[in-house]
Design a protein around this ligand. Sequence first.
Ligand code: GAL
Length: 430
Amino acid sequence: MRRWLAAASIMMAGVLGLAACGGGGGGESSQQPAAGGGKQQVEVFSWWTGPGEADGLAEMRKIFEQQNSGYSFFDAAVAGGSGDKAKALLESKLQAGQPPDTFQGHAGAELQGYIKAGNLEDLTFLYDELKLKDVFPQQLVDQISVDGKIYSVPVNIHRSNVLWFNPGVLKEAGVAAAPKTIDEFIAALEKVKATGKIPLSIGSEWTVTHLLENVLLGSLGTDAYNALFKPGGNWAGPEVAKALESFNKIMSYAGDPQDDWQPAAKQVADGQAAFNIMGDWAYGYFHNPPEGGLGKTSKTDFDWAPAPGTEGTYLWLSDSFTLPKGAKHRDGAIAWLKVAAGKEGQDAFNPKKGSIPARTDADKSLYTDYLADALKDWSDNKLAGSVQHGVSVNQPWLAAITEAVGLYISSKDVKALQQGLADAATANAQ
Ligand code: GAL
């Protein structure tokens, strides 16, 4: 039986009142959408504005609009991969009593924070009406529930621990196959370095935390990784020290930091870099036709393997949509949630998004290539929860980890990083 992390959480601390917003097809998400053509506008808040991500949202939007002629979709997406900017703005909107009609939140500790802060309506009525308990895995429902009440609709399952690589660059460097262990990875990075290509591409700061969770899992193993997030998790011991030494070594092969995950992933697809460790949203970006994606050919322009040392484990996360208390267009938001929860919505969204459906009754024939591998692995792998994407740690804890990683990026001081991570756990683990 799968071992899902017990979701721990505390009240969300007030985060920065950031105003960076806009993107996608939306507009200023801090403004209330004006009613248009007599239709009720439904403000859907996410961070899916960029190439690859926006394609999935657009598919779900199409279905929403087809099925709901009385509502129009207002795209309140805030640019910035992984939602750091979006979540900061969201927090200020929630604190000001101006929630969007529905917002994206990660299943697990992140969502538990919104629930415990009293931000969300109980959606049990929707689960009963649509018989959703029959189609979502119980363990996933547990991640979005408190005291038996269910607070969001999961739309997908993403995988964090994917090593994306360029087969041609590996060949040129004499790397015969995707590295399976951290040591093999470091040896491969060294070989690529000798060719003058970028061994490992990297994006903005959050992608470093994303890399860190992958190296922790790959170095510690699944059980020890999962234990880090339980009370008393040992962040100060020699195992984490060893993992962080490897992380530091791996980081020494990183190219110039790119603005976000897409340009870092693109360096691999374009043959400038050998490797990138990124979630499988990168698949949508590589594979989707030009306009949204790069229109690249899998196995030729890009290939994939589990991040080194993590084979047999799915480092998972799940995007879900919510009904905030005080949503101005509550009926429209419920209409959106019905599409997000539905088979048609999920089967339109996920193949473009690079994720597999949260529903267990999806049309498997739509999930080919990388996504067929993902579906298979999801069915039999062990599970570990993502740090950067809201499963294992709540937002205050993630903020403390982000701070420690930020300091590390400028100082490269591994001991200070370990101390910072240990302090973050002591202050936030429950
Ligand atoms: C994650 C999110 C994914 C994807 C990614 C990159 O946090 O769950 O759906 O959007 O960020 O932006």
